[in-house]
Structures are given as structure tokens and as C-alpha cells.
Design a protein around this ligand. Structure first.
Ligand SMILES: [Fe+2]
Length: 205
């Protein structure tokens, strides 16, 4: 079964002012942990052996049909939140050269990329995640998925490898921002560890 102990790489208040300590604690300790627990319970119910999480997402068809939707929702919730916490930084970080060049090459400049990422996030109705991902041709793409779907999943309309994600669920921002999603999206860009995102970009096969 999957390890319940996913530690944040910073304190609960480490992401302020982007997200406050109360939101981070609830989001991480209740929501994120809840997905891992539900995933483990579903897998245990059919005695399905846990495999590396990314492999589980890529091979949902191999999961028994009786638990496939629960696994899709909760393995997605587990993976997506892992990436979200790991990619965030306690303060604004510089853009490393290789990732910066790739973003400029694809979107023209960083502002274009940021504006498109936020515009796609703003236009989404309901729960989901915004992604920067490498498609199967290794082109950088922006897209949004429903609920906890993820470009690694074989059922997902987007196909590829995620390198950056933004949580669009209300639990991610509502305590602090209420209905002001735009301010949450803008603040997100002040707390991204671009070095971490570049690592994912460079290690994608
Ligand atoms: Fe979340």
C-alpha cells in the first residue's frame, strides 16, 4: 500500500502569502491524505498489489473494474497533490536557462505562457487541474482536466507527462480567496520552484 506520510517540503505557513497556513494544513492533512487512504482502501478491498503510482495511472485498465473509478479519482488526487506541493516554493524563484528557453520557444515569451495558463484556468468551470505538460511528441502544452484526471492516465483527453500543475478545486483557495480565483492564480506564479519544474522537463523521456 502507499505510504501515508507525505511530508511537505516547507512549514504550513511556508507558502504565505500565496496560501495561508490554515488552507495548507487542511489541504494537505485532510484532502491529500484522504485520497491516499481511499486509494489504499480500494486496493486492499480486492487485494491489488500497489505498483509505482505513475504506472498505476498509466495502466488503469488493468485495475479491477469494480474499483477502477475510485482508483482513477483517488490515485489522481494523490499524484496531482504530490506534484503541486513539490513544485511550490516559499518565495519567488528565478527561471533556469533551459526551461526558460523552452517556454520562450513554445509561447514566444514568459508573459504569454503565464497569460495563457491563467486564462485557461479562469475559463474552467468546476473542479480540475491546469497543466503544463509535455505531449507525446515532447511539445510543451497547456491544458485543463476534470476532477483529478491527469495526462498520464490512459483515459485522459490530454496525453503526456506533467511538469507543472495548478489545483483548481475550491478547497485549494476558497478559505482565503473566496470567489476571487484570479488573485489566487496570479499569486501561484510567485511561488513556483522553476528549478523543480525544469528537472521534470529535462528528465522526461
Ligand atoms: Fe487539492
Amino acid at each position: 500500500m502507499y505510504d501515508l506520510l507525505h511530508n511537505l517540503p516547507y512549514r504550513y505557513d511556508g507558502l504565505e502569502p500565496f496560501v495561508d497556513a490554515q488552507t495548507v494544513k487542511l489541504h494537505h492533512d485532510a484532502h491529500h491524505l484522504g485520497y491516499i487512504k481511499k486509494l489504499n482502501a480500494a486496493l486492499e478491498s480486492v487485494q491489488y498489489t500497489a505498483i509505482p503510482l505513475s504506472d498505476l495511472l498509466r495502466n488503469l485498465r488493468e485495475v479491477p473494474a469494480s474499483i477502477r473509478q475510485v482508483v482513477r479519482d483517488n490515485a489522481g488526487g494523490f499524484y496531482n497533490h504530490n506534484l503541486y506541493w513539490e513544485e511550490l516554493a516559499t518565495g519567488e524563484q528565478g527561471m533556469p536557462e533551459k526551461l526558460g528557453k523552452a517556454l520562450n520557444g513554445r509561447f514566444g515569451n514568459f508573459e504569454n505562457f503565464k497569460n495563457e495558463f491563467i486564462a485557461r484556468s479562469m475559463s474552467w468551470v468546476g473542479s480540475g487541474w491546469t497543466w503544463l505538460y509535455l505531449d507525446t511528441q515532447k511539445n510543451l502544452q497547456i491544458g485543463v482536466t476534470l476532477n483529478h484526471d491527469n495526462p498520464l492516465m490512459e483515459y485522459c483527453p490530454l496525453q503526456g507527462t506533467p511538469i507543472l500543475t495548478l489545483d483548481l478545486w475550491e478547497h485549494a483557495y476558497y478559505l482565503q480567496y473566496k470567489n476571487d480565483k484570479k488573485t489566487y492564480f496570479d499569486a501561484f506564479f510567485q511561488h513556483i520552484s522553476w528549478t523543480y519544474v525544469e528537472q521534470l522537463y529535462l528528465q522526461t523521456p
